[in-house]
Design a protein around this ligand. Structure first.
Ligand code: C5P
Length: 245
């Protein structure tokens, strides 16, 4: 196992951001076929698509990937031609994978983003937007989209209890950005399992700021998401924000 390989590997020397990429999940909901981050989208693993877009964001100084423990060497070999990355062994839960990668981020890096490999088409404009909001003073930042469906709360028998006011709801994406000290404190304090890192920061009573996300930052979870992502990749200029990034 190569836990701290290439720990000094840097991308953009002027960048002030480390990105932690949990990529150790099994991806059961996608059907059989191995770890989700290594599934192919137009001939390349999701993780390659994700890291390529992270490496294109000028703020990003280094990337630490948490890979399935059996695949650490293979993932390093896979990503070496794409960008200089550090690869560590992930854990049984997403939270453990993030913690393992965070432990490999040098203390002097003040801003840390956590980005799911499964959101592999997230454009550099979103990565820059999240990093900028932390740089401007926010302790924790999440990219969000409005909720488009009507949302009902139901009981255990699937009987509707009420309709939720969706104007106050947001769907949350990654990368989520943090002052590094805040993320480390939240992880140290988190007793319960959490599905997103901002959730752990919220529990410390720290305000979490929202910035606009992107339809391109969809999470590849089900087979239909792969079909949609294949279509999005074929669009000539899929990121409407690219010009203003
Ligand atoms: O399963 P889910 O889609 O919620 O996973 C979100 C992200 O967390 C994926 O990129 C997945 O690879 C990662 N993950 C991980 N370690 C785990 C479980 C999930 O790095 N044990």
């Amino acid at each position: 196992m190569i836990a701290d390989r290439d720990v000094t590997a840097q991308l953009h020397a002027r960048g002030d951001v480390a990105v932690v990429v949990p990529a150790a999940g099994a991806g059961v909901r996608l059907g059989p076929g191995g770890p989700k981050a290594l599934r192919l989208l137009e001939g390349e693993p999701l993780l390659v698509h994700a890291v390529r877009r992270l490496a294109a964001a000028p703020s990003v100084r280094l990337i630490v990937v948490a890979a399935p423990p059996a695949d650490v060497d293979a993932v390093h070999a896979l990503l070496a031609p794409v960008a200089p990355v550090t690869v560590v062994a992930g854990g049984a839960e997403r939270q453990e994978s993030v913690a393992a990668a965070l432990a490999a981020v040098p203390e002097e890096v003040a801003i840390v983003l956590v980005h799911d490999a499964a959101r592999c088409l997230t454009p550099p404009s979103v990565i820059e937007r999240v990093a900028a909001a932390v740089r401007e003073g926010a302790d924790a930042v999440i990219p969000v989209l409005p909720v488009v469906d009507t949302i009902k709360e139901v009981d255990g028998d699937d009987i509707v209890l009420g309709t939720v006011d969706r104007s106050a709801l947001r769907a949350v994406q990654t990368p989520q950005g943090f002052r590094a000290t805040m993320l480390r404190a939240a992880h140290a304090a988190a007793a319960d399992s959490h599905t997103d890192d901002a959730g752990a920061v919220e529990k410390l009573g720290i305000p979490v700021r929202c910035v606009p996300g992107s339809d391109l930052a969809l999470k590849i979870t089900r087979p239909i998401d792969l079909a949609l992502a294949t279509h999005l990749l074929a669009l000539p200029d899929p990121d409407p924000d690219a010009a203003s990034a």
